[in-house]
Design a binder for this molecule. Structure first.
Ligand code: UDP
Length: 518
């Protein structure tokens, strides 16, 4: 392959998208030697650069470059310096999506500069599925756009189809509805929709953005999907039929070391997956978390986190704490201010039952980590037995890559669809509740935690199935002389297709030039 080839990548500005985009860039770069330019805004570049510089275990990444796209949030009614969804309230995200359209002109400028300097367009543009406008932009400079979905095939199909068709609007006599693209017998439930899609009618701020962007993304040259063929055969089959363009399953985009370890304590080596993964400062160091986990029994700890941008309601927080205390299980809980409070503010003791943190600390039963935890280190520790998760796709892959079953509490975007698939197709999860408004009571929390961590019955069954998925995820990225996993093959196939397309186009352009010359 010609290592002078150049690929430009355009991630959506949210941690759950930036992390797999950077992992994809590393993978393409290491496999092909191509130059990769990640185009995004100033603060997100700072975050990505620090992720690379804290990653002492990675190969040199000299061919990954960053291009800054100017983005002035105050022009769009957003708080100053809001370049990422992290601290945005869900109601501001609609604005943020529309504001992202202002990246179009600077990206066009960047692509034209590349054409000018290199004498040809980049091999392709890989843009987030939420940036459908990139399809036409890529064409205008003589290249193609490939949409990248950072979520699984099943979740992507449900997300795209529900936004484009709003099928729940036509099911007035029932809480359940069919979704185009899914088999006739499949039903989704209104409670699986976040409030913005539930209330959408095609004219609101969310639909106007997402319907326009997703329908243009469908016109891309193809889609890359952060998942593995063998873990979601149905999802991939349905997604391909719906999109009718090639879909390459190139996941799981998590550090390779986390897919090669044999789930154990890492405390003695001082090695941390976390440091290879994200540059955010954790509320507690990986070493401290591991030290605490080393004191617990195998598969006994419940890890609780709602991802990079979600939190739960105040009364839910209280009931979760009550249920946890009553259950007697050990846990690590990543805590953030509840819904309605400033997510950047200090966590207040009054949001939890009186004396809760102190009692948990004294008894060494519970560890509360403020804001951000070294998630992969926790999940890969042998003491971690289950993950109470919002079912964000990165969290799902990280959990299953370590054979850890899931207790679902989906909050937003496609998380409830992921949760449905984890329960109905994979059998690795049960759901506690949905959203930040759902009513939960301590007693039910206790019952379901005990069920998931049970060494027999449903708990055991889910753990066995999670271990099966773990094996498939690890197989998919095996790249040995006598064996190539499905994701490695898909990545090569993607590269071949894109190179073939580019050669064809160059040949055609030479023909056209010859013809014009005559
Ligand atoms: N993450 C982490 N520590 C935290 C919360 C999140 O390392 O305390 C990482 C997590 O490992 C995952 C990403 O942030 O890679 C969250 O992505 P996901 O798709 O699960 O959810 P989102 O944040 O997009 O809702």
């Amino acid at each position: 392959m010609d290592s002078r080839e150049h690929i430009v990548m355009l991630p959506f500005m949210a941690h759950g998208h930036l992390i797999p985009f950077l992992a994809l860039a590393r993978q393409i770069q290491q496999r092909t030697g191509f130059i990769i330019t990640i185009a995004t805004t100033k603060l997100n570049i700072q975050y990505l650069c620090s992720s690379i510089s804290t990653d002492s275990n990675s190969q040199p990444l000299s061919n990954i470059r960053f291009a800054e796209l100017p983005f002035n949030t105050t022009d769009h009614d957003l708080p100053p310096n809001t370049e990422n969804t992290e601290y945005l309230s869900p109601s501001s995200i609609g604005n943020f999506l529309h504001a992202s359209l202002s990246l179009k002109d600077p990206l066009l400028q960047l692509l034209n500069d590349i054409v000018h300097q290199e004498g040809k367009p980049p091999l392709c543009l890989i843009s987030d599925e939420l940036f459908g406008w990139a399809t036409e932009l890529a064409k205008s400079v003589g290249t193609v756009n490939v949409a990248f979905t950072t979520t699984g095939a099943y979740g992507t199909l449900a997300y795209v189809s529900i936004w484009l068709n709003l099928p729940h609007r036509y099911s007035t006599d029932s809480e359940e509805f069919k979704v185009p693209g899914f088999p006739e017998s499949y039903r989704f439930h209104r409670s699986q929709l976040n409030p913005y899609v539930r209330d959408a009618d095609g004219t609101d701020i969310w639909s106007t953005y997402l319907q326009a962007q997703l329908s243009q993304s469908i016109e891309s040259f193809g889609w890359l999907c952060n998942s593995v063929e063998e873990i979601e055969p149905l999802g991939f089959d349905l997604l391909r039929k719906y999109l009718r363009v090639p879909v390459w399953s190139i996941g799981p985009l998590i550090p390779l070391a986390a897919l090669k370890n044999t789930s154990s304590s890492n405390s003695t080596s001082g090695f941390s997956f976390f440091k290879q993964h994200t540059a955010k400062k954790p509320g507690l160091t990986p070493e401290k978390c591991i030290e605490w986990l080393d004191l617990q029994g195998p598969d006994s700890v419940l890890y609780i986190s709602f991802g990079s941008q979600n939190t739960i309601g105040l009364s839910q927080m209280m009931e979760l704490a009550i249920g946890l205390e009553d259950s007697g299980v050990s846990f690590i809980w990543v805590i953030r201010p509840p819904t309605g409070f400033d997510l950047k503010s200090e966590f207040k003791a009054e949001w939890l039952p009186e004396g809760f943190e102190e009692r948990m600390k004294q008894s060494k039963r519970g560890l509360l980590v403020r804001n951000w935890a070294p998630q992969l280190d926790i999940l890969s520790h042998k003491s971690t037995g289950a993950f109470l998760s919002h079912c964000g796709w990165n969290s799902v892959l990280e959990s299953l890559s370590q054979g850890v079953p899931i207790l679902g509490w989906p909050m937003a975007t496609e998380q409830a669809y992921n949760s449905k698939m984890l329960m109905e197709e994979m059998g690795v999860s049960v759901e506690l509740t949905r959203g930040s408004q759902g009513v939960i009571v301590g007693k039910e929390v206790k019952r379901i935690i005990e069920l998931v961590l049970d060494k027999e019955g449903k708990g055991k069954d889910m753990r066995n199935k999670a271990v099966e998925v773990e094996k498939k995820l690890r197989e998919a990225v095996r790249d040995e002389t006598d064996y190539m996993g499905s994701s490695v093959k898909a990545m090569d196939d993607f590269m071949r297709s894109i190179l073939y397309k580019s050669t064809q186009e160059q040949a055609e352009s030479i023909e056209v030039q010859k013809f014009m010359g005559n």
